[in-house]
Design a protein around this ligand. Structure first.
Ligand code: ASP
Length: 436
């Protein structure tokens, strides 16, 4: 292995002690040459994240309020870190120019990006590393995704030898100005740097020792996953697991770079490896995740199966009304569509009337407050008994299953249950597969 790219999140950079831990981790392995940093995060629960301070500064200027107290807070945090590390990264000068630009009405994204910018300047100085500017190296599409132009621009800017540090979270947008990714977007920058530097591994350093098999707010002692594939993780994240920025998987997946989630405060813990599919672990499930906030639209019509284009018409109406759908299990004479409740207000959108008019169903109804629970794992493919274990567990926990969906890829089994049964359902499935 030649090169490891590592990204450190906000809690890993919250103060001087954390900066020192990061430097120690980087220096421990000479292959760790490419570093991406977030803005300093919370030092304790009530502490504001630097990015939130920056966003509030922008908001205050916009509302013609005085941003001075927040600018002072920002100055103090960065100057304290620079002083504590005994380096000269020229932060006072950067902060002066920042304040001047803010008072002249600087852009929101530029302001929001300065946390990462200052953080990377300090880290580069502290490590004696080359500073790589993300602006002009990383490019974003109008939708805030990675623009392919990045691959041409960033690679040639990286030194052949030695350490280099790049700020996360931002790059250049289509209009040539600084643009940020969505919140938590430094994970994406880390993956971008890993791909551009042709890294063999992308380490994502955070404050947990890997990803857990279930939400710890529901299963308090959920076990960490040793290994999870890109696709398993995407399914879990989509189904509510709040783990790792989903868009960060793509650049690594495209270049087959495994990702390791590791803990800055417990660097010896193995963490979780996110790997290509051919390296999937041999166990029936990778994890279980779920979220509430769905509605089921149920349509019945005798001899529906003989009618061509029925499903297309229903989905067409939803499309015209700007509603996307999650699942659509159907029977001979019935079809149901599971929809995000936020997207769909049956009383306002006129969707039901439109369906009535166009499709002339026998009955149509909407049931709200559904939760979807996804049990995910490549290991369930071609393995008998996974579904029976899952449904037995739900039955024993008295959880009624409203909808069932298993994709042909056998990567996940999704069940729709009453929102009130979400935690009970996740517990039951977790216990059936992990504790037994
Ligand atoms: N600092 C940014 C945020 O708070 C990006 C990141 O930390 O990944 O969202």
């Amino acid at each position: 292995m030649n090169l490891i790219a590592c990204k450190f999140g906000g809690t890993s950079l919250a103060d001087t002690t954390q900066f020192r831990k990061v430097a120690q981790i980087v220096r421990l392995d000479p292959r760790r040459r490419a570093v991406v940093v977030s803005a300093p995060g919370k030092r304790h629960k009530q502490d504001p994240k630097i990015t939130d301070i920056l966003l509030s500064i922008h908001d205050m200027v916009r509302r013609e309020l005085d941003p001075t107290p927040s600018i002072t807070l920002l100055r103090d945090r960065f100057l304290e870190i620079e002083r504590g590390l005994e380096v000269d990264a020229g932060i006072a000068g950067h902060l002066d120019r920042f304040e001047e630009a803010v008072r002249k009405g600087a852009d929101r994204d530029w302001i929001a990006s300065r946390g990462e910018h200052f953080s990377a300047r300090i880290m580069a100085a502290f490590l004696g590393a080359t500073y790589i500017e993300a602006e002009g190296s990383v490019f974003l599409t109008p939708n805030g995704l990675v623009d392919d132009k990045t691959w041409k621009e960033l690679g040639p800017r990286l030194p052949e030898t030695g350490l280099f540090v790049m700020p996360g979270f931002y790059g250049t947008g289509p209009n040539g100005k600084v643009k940020t990714f969505s919140r938590g977007g430094s994970d994406i920058s880390g993956a971008i740097l890993a791909r551009a530097a042709k890294a063999d591994l992308y380490e994502n350093w955070t404050d947990v020792s890997g990803l857990l098999m279930a939400d710890p707010r529901i299963v308090s002692d959920a076990a960490p996953m040793e290994k999870v594939t890109y696709r398993e993780l995407r399914e879990l994240a989509y189904s509510g697991a709040n783990v790792f920025h989903e868009e960060a998987i793509l650049p690594c997946k495209q270049a087959n770079i495994p990702i390791r989630i590791a803990n800055t405060n417990r660097p010896a813990d193995p963490g979780t490896f996110i790997v290509p599919e051919d390296q999937a672990a041999d166990r029936p499930i990778a994890g279980v995740a779920g979220r509430s906030g769905f509605s089921i639209l149920q349509i019945e019509k005798t001899l529906m199966n003989k009618e061509r284009g029925f499903g297309r018409k229903i989905l067409g109406i939803l499309e015209t009304k700007g509603v996307s759908y999650e699942l659509s299990p159907s029977g001979i004479d019935s079809m149901c569509v599971v929809i995000d409740q936020e997207d769909f207000d049956e009383s306002k959108d006129g969707i039901l009337e439109e369906i009535q008019k166009t499709c002339d169903p026998d009955a149509i109804s909407v049931e709200r407050d559904l939760a979807l629970i996804a049990t995910v794992g490549h290991g369930m493919a071609h393995r008998t008994g996974v579904a029976s274990r899952l449904f037995l567990a739900l039955a024993q926990a008295h959880v009624n299953v409203r909808v069932i969906d298993q994709g042909a890829s056998e990567l996940s089994i999704i069940v729709g249950v009453d929102a009130a049964d979400l935690a009970k359902g996740i517990h039951a499935i977790y216990d059936a597969f992990v504790r037994n």
